[in-house]
Design a protein around this ligand. Structure first.
Ligand code: GDP
Length: 313
């Protein structure tokens, strides 16, 4: 079975085929057929990958539901990876649909999968990235939802093209996220529960103020982080949010920014995967290898790089 054929089969097979592929990814991530499938998926991305993060209770699941509906209305297909923070240390198991997200099970344009959070690689398991790569080649939008409790905000930036950070009105989140040093992570900030009125506009002003205070965001010159008020419950502001996500995609698409970003993510993932599997010894060996052998992802996919590294051990 060639990789191209299997990716085509995956496209044709719909949700059951993807579910089977994810199960295979979990049971035998290193088999040659799986690596070939991941390679094929890696080089044919179709989706914008959106990372949705923020503290528990901020309204991420509700907003994810609203975003899915908005994308489905314009005919875009959506795959969701919901990182389940309650199941750390469960070995990166794919959990089935344990997410609170409610979607129409008969809609073939939506695929939802929960995954266990991990301690290693921050909140994102090695397998999450591979699953994202598969979904990225099959859908128009991939949404990765993760609870923002420190490290996971940084990790989401290792997988997402566009990071959407949610802030709760009246919670002090605005100041909190300044303090936590994650101000550089989000590409878009959504103040949730806009129906709360003044508390939401105050939070928006606080966040804008906090952003204004930070100097040195690398791309500040050409991408200014929008701070938008949304109410998923009242279905207000969601269209503007979708538009902002689209504008970020367009911005990334210009001047090759997206490929640079994805290549950097792939490199970081490869290194993290090597560290997770082979520990410090793996990283030491990595640094001893001649440059270009593993980390030159212009010549090989991260999955080939990882397999190649394993062979050299
Ligand atoms: P998550 O933990 O970040 O995924 O948050 P949820 O989506 O589960 O929402 C947490 C709580 O906030 C729930 O009780 C929701 O009903 C409520 N919530 C979510 N969105 C809104 C909104 O737009 N307005 C209001 N008033 N409440 C909301």
């Amino acid at each position: 079975m060639t990789a191209g054929k299997s990716l085509a089969e995956l496209r044709a097979g719909g949700k059951p085929a993807l579910a089977r592929a994810l199960a295979r990814l979990e049971s035998s991530p290193d088999d040659a057929g799986m690596t070939a499938l991941l390679d094929a998926a890696y080089v044919t991305p179709t989706a914008q990958v959106i990372g949705l993060t923020g503290p528990p209770g901020v309204g991420k699941s509700t907003l994810a539901g609203a975003l899915i509906q908005a994308y489905r209305r314009v005919g875009k297909t959506v795959a969701v990876i919901a990182i389940d923070p309650s199941s750390k240390r469960s070995g990166g198991a794919l959990l089935g649909d344990r997410t609170r997200l409610r979607t129409d099970p008969d809609d073939n344009g939506i695929f939802v999968r929960s995954m266990a959070a991990r301690d290693q690689l921050g909140g994102l398991a090695e397998i999450t990235y591979a699953a994202m790569v598969l979904m990225r080649a099959l859908y128009d939008v991939v949404l990765i939802e993760t609870v923002g409790v420190g490290q996971s905000e940084t990790d989401i930036a290792l997988a997402a093209d566009t990071v959407l950070f949610c802030v709760q009105p009246g919670s002090g989140d605005a100041l909190q996220f300044m303090k936590a040093g994650i101000v550089e992570i989000p590409d878009i900030i959504a103040v949730t529960k806009g129906d709360l009125g003044r508390a939401a506009t105050r939070a928006q002003a606080d966040v804008k103020g906090a952003l204004g205070l930070t100097e040195g965001r690398q791309d500040a010159a050409d991408w200014s982080v929008p701070v938008l008020i949304v109410s998923a419950n009242a279905a207000e502001g969601v269209d503007k949010l979708v538009a902002a996500i689209g504008e970020h995609a367009a911005w990334l698409g210009a001047d090759g920014r997206l490929s640079v970003k994805r290549a950097a993510q792939a490199g970081a993932w490869t290194q993290a995967a090597i560290k997770e599997r082979w520990g410090r010894e793996g990283l030491r060996r990595l640094s001893h290898l001649s440059s270009g052998s593993v980390t030159d992802l212009t010549r090989e996919t991260p999955f080939q790089a990882l397999a190649g590294f394993a062979r050299q051990l």
